[in-house]
Design a protein around this ligand. Structure first.
Ligand SMILES: [Zn+2]
Length: 654
């Protein structure tokens, strides 16, 4: 609720907050606790699944789409997110913005479809390298889908170009104002060139979306990093939710040994890779090893792939790690000594070789072509360096398929060795816990992972951090309650009244503590009101004309046109005393004068007394028993009960 603009300028301001932090400016700020609205999250993809990331978020009244990926395992409409789901058609009207975390197709693959075919024309945010690389991967995929598989109703090359024109780029650590209330900030995520985590803020509510990230640096990229921003919600990927990967060096040695053993026995090694993912990492590793071991077996690298990679790494050298940046000064890290461009004809060459080819999940293209050729020979090997989504050939062979069928009734016997090396740069369980510990979110949500593994990690997170952890499925909405600041005016006269009534002693009871409602927290001197001290303010909260104000009870009566009802307490005390009533009245008068001060007690008539003009004492004879009625309003509770106690303790009926 942003009502800051409507505040009356002469009035002090109270910030109502649900957090423990007591915000103040000057001396007139107080914190009040109110329940507040929630953050709403609905995954359209990546909910309890790794297929295609697309997450709808509503925060502070803003609707944001996080990633717009496609599912590589499907050829039908299931590959794109169901945009109709909660938008009822008009995406531009519904969404305040779209944020793309990185260039992998399972995070951006549906973007041209959404902008050019569904018709979203609002803002799209991503980093500069992502903007440069997205169209490269999209065009690769489009070619495979349209030109090789002959698919119709797919976006065209010019649609990809038009889509990218709508993109607004964000620099790392730069706060970007989407509109006057919504701001986003990108942080380095590692993973692949240009990958970013996003901090999204509306008013006092905030969330962090990690996209894919890794918490350990590798040979070409640094580790993810984010401010200690304490968001209301951290939405984290959880691809490797239960894996604590063995040390990097171990994995690398393992990889090199497997490749070396295979080529030693004359086998061919296929390494399917993403055009701009781990491939640089693996090339650096293999090239150095070949050099050291003086190996002559050829290593090939799809020409287009190498060129693409080199071009973009040079262009975005500041996004790579320190070591590569330094090396680039005197040597190009991507001009490899042992790795040569590949030609399709080499596929049938006799003897050992190592080939890096795209795509990474063996679902189409050159890598699949080579696979079909080499799979029947048990001497060969395929090394899958990353995760493969369901429906892809990569996924099938990783699950032990001995025969793979294709659309044209073609089938291939899988006799070659299938190895899986987790080189894909995702945070493992340890990394995810590390990020949570660092950024201190109030809630965590896991996406982009397998349900059973997520459940395990969820329990661990809830136990270790004592916070809530969510993992909604696709199409399910999670509501995350959050705190929010609310600006409230407080009436100046109420503040003055509170200060003076707490700093000076009240009424007729100078020796007593101040009224119970205003305890000793109050300052002792109104002149030196201590701004660091908390004070309790008693007033009436009024919500009127889109404003929230705290005023005194009297002001509230006046403003709301309410006639106050008075609540009066009456106590009766029976007294065994002979003699006429006026004599008792006179005795009570002198007793009370002695205890409370003569000026406070007035005789009204022979049967009535009044104390400080508020407490009434009435003496009557009821059935030959003298009965004293003491009555006071609830505001005078302190004085009234004091008078009652004085009379009771002096005239106790035996
Ligand atoms: Zn990714």
């Amino acid at each position: 609720m942003n009502k800051r603009n409507s505040l009356h300028s002469e009035l002090p301001v109270i910030i109502i907050t649900t957090s423990n932090q007591n915000k103040r400016v000057g001396g007139s700020h107080f914190s009040v606790i109110l329940p507040m609205p929630e953050i709403k999250v609905t995954p359209l993809g990546a909910g309890q699944d790794v297929g295609r990331s697309c997450i709808l978020v509503t925060i502070g009244g803003k609707n944001i789409m996080l990633d717009c990926g496609m599912h590589m395992g499907y050829n039908d409409e299931r590959r794109f997110p169901d945009f109709e789901y909660c938008t009822e058609g008009n995406l531009t009207e519904y969404l305040d913005c779209v944020i793309i975390s990185h260039f992998h197709l399972d995070h951006c693959g549906a973007l041209p479809y959404m902008t050019e075919m569904v018709g979203y024309s609002g803002p799209i945010y991503m980093t500069q390298p992502t903007k440069a690389l997205c169209p490269v991967l999209l065009e690769d995929m489009r070619k495979v889908a349209v030109e090789k598989k002959g698919e119709a109703n797919f976006f065209t090359a010019s649609m990809i170009r038009d889509c990218m024109k709508k993109v607004i780029t964000v620099a790392l650590h730069e706060t970007c104002q989407v509109d006057k209330d919504l701001e986003i900030k990108a942080y380095y995520a590692g993973h692949v060139l240009g990958a970013a985590m996003f901090h999204i803020k509306v008013g006092s509510q905030s969330l962090v979306y990690t996209g894919d990230y890794n918490m350990t640096p590798d040979r070409h990229l640094g580790a993810a990093w984010i401010d200690k921003c304490r968001p209301d919600l951290l939405i984290s990927e959880s691809t490797y939710a239960t894996t604590i990967r063995d040390s990097k060096r171990c994995r690398e040695r393992d990889f090199l040994k497997k490749v070396h053993d295979c080529v030693d026995r004359g086998g061919k090694v296929l390494i399917p890779v993403f055009a701009l993912g781990r491939v640089q990492e693996l090339c650096i590793l293999l090239d150095t090893y070949w050099d050291r071991m003086n190996l002559k077996v050829p290593i090939y690298f799809t020409l287009g792939l190498a060129e693409t990679a080199n071009k973009y790494y040079r262009m975005f050298i500041t996004w790579t790690n320190q070591k590569i940046r330094r090396t680039f000064v005197h040597r190009n890290m991507f001009d490899f000594k042992h790795i040569k461009p590949f030609d399709k004809a080499y596929m049938d060459n006799p003897g050992p070789m190592v080939v890096f080819a795209t795509p990474g999940m063996l679902h189409a293209g050159l890598s699949l072509l080579i696979f079909k050729k080499w799979a029947p020979n048990s001497n060969n090997m395929v090394i899958m360096p990353g995760y493969c989504v369901q429906g892809t050939v990569g996924h099938k062979i990783l699950n032990g398929a001995k025969k793979v069928e294709f659309e044209n009734r073609q089938s291939v016997e899988v006799n070659l060795a299938v190895e899986y090396m987790s080189f894909s740069a995702h945070a493992d369980a340890k990394g995810i816990m590390q990020l949570i510990r660092h950024c201190e979110p109030k809630n965590v949500m896991l996406v982009h992972g397998e349900n059973a593994k997520m459940e395990f990690l969820k329990q661990k997170i809830m136990q270790e951090f004592n916070i809530n952890c969510y993992k909604p499925g696709n199409g399910e909405t999670a509501l995350i309650p959050v705190a929010s600041d609310l600006m409230v005016e407080v009436s100046l006269s109420l503040l003055k009244q509170t200060i003076s009534s707490t700093s000076s002693s009240t009424g007729v009871t100078p020796q007593a503590p101040t009224t119970p409602a205003l305890p000793s927290l109050a300052p002792t001197n109104s002149e030196e009101l201590d701004s660091k001290k908390r004070m309790v303010l008693h007033g009436v909260l009024i919500m009127k004309n889109n404003k929230v104000r705290i005023v005194s009870v009297n002001e509230a009566w006046g403003e709301l046109g309410v006639t106050p009802h008075q609540l009066r307490f009456t106590e009766r005390v029976e007294i065994e005393e002979v003699g006429p009533i006026p004599a008792l009245t006179s005795m009570l008068h002198s007793l009370l004068s002695q205890k409370l001060g003569a000026s406070q007690v007035q005789a009204v008539n022979e049967y009535q007394l009044s104390v400080a003009d508020t407490v009434c004492i009435n003496i009557q004879d009821i059935d030959h028993t003298k009965t004293v009625f003491i009555s006071w309003t609830h505001q005078d509770e302190a004085l009234g009960s004091k008078v009652l106690n004085i009379i009771k303790s002096n005239y106790k009926k035996s």
